[in-house]
Write a protein of this length. Structure first.
Length: 179
């Protein structure tokens, strides 16, 4: 079983070299799979993709066009908040973050970025723990979004919060409900 550090390094490289055409096709499949599974919900907390992450721009646009409530993450004082979609600014990590008041209610579906996910539904992110901290206190459906090559075997840590499903170009991987 691989350690998180080596998996994180390996997947950053793999994702960087995922070619433009293959990425475009995979992002289209991700969009189709995600919308088929989750478009019936009314509220979404979804990461604002950048760099070589699985694209969320088309998903966000479609959700907004359908009248859904969409929230983007903003980091403040080491904590992540869900903020209604709207005007943005470039945050500390170079990611566009929303301006406005954080939302304090429950959100039905949270779409989470990842570098890797294992067969038990645990993910490797960027190592800051923002999503794990946020997800501990919510009843949202936790959806990882990525590419099939991001399925990896690694041992999770005790503080990791598992996702419920992983959406990728090859379909949707459902994990058992975690107690």
């Amino acid at each position: 079983m691989n350690d998180k550090k080596s998996v994180r390094q390996k997947l950053k490289i793999k994702r960087r070299y995922f070619t433009e055409y293959r990425r475009k096709v995979a992002d289209e499949e991700n969009f189709f799979n995600f919308m088929n599974a989750y478009s019936g919900y009314g509220s979404f907390f979804i990461y604002n993709s950048f760099s070589d992450e699985a694209d969320t721009k088309k998903i966000i646009k479609e959700l907004l066009n359908a009248g859904k409530r969409v929230y983007l993450p903003r980091i403040e004082n080491g904590k992540m908040f869900a903020v209604p979609y709207g005007k943005t600014f470039t945050g500390a990590f170079g990611i566009e973050e929303p301006v406005g008041q954080p939302f304090d209610g429950e959100i039905e579906v949270t779409v989470i970025p990842l570098l890797a996910v294992n067969g038990r539904g645990f993910r490797i992110g960027y190592g800051k723990g923002f999503y794990d901290a946020y997800l501990k206190n919510t009843k949202t459906i936790k959806v990882g979004l990525g590419y099939s090559f991001q399925l990896e075997d690694f041992k999770e840590d005790e503080w990791d919060v598992p996702i419920d499903t992983f959406v990728c170009e090859k379909g949707i991987y459902n994990y058992e409900i975690h107690a």
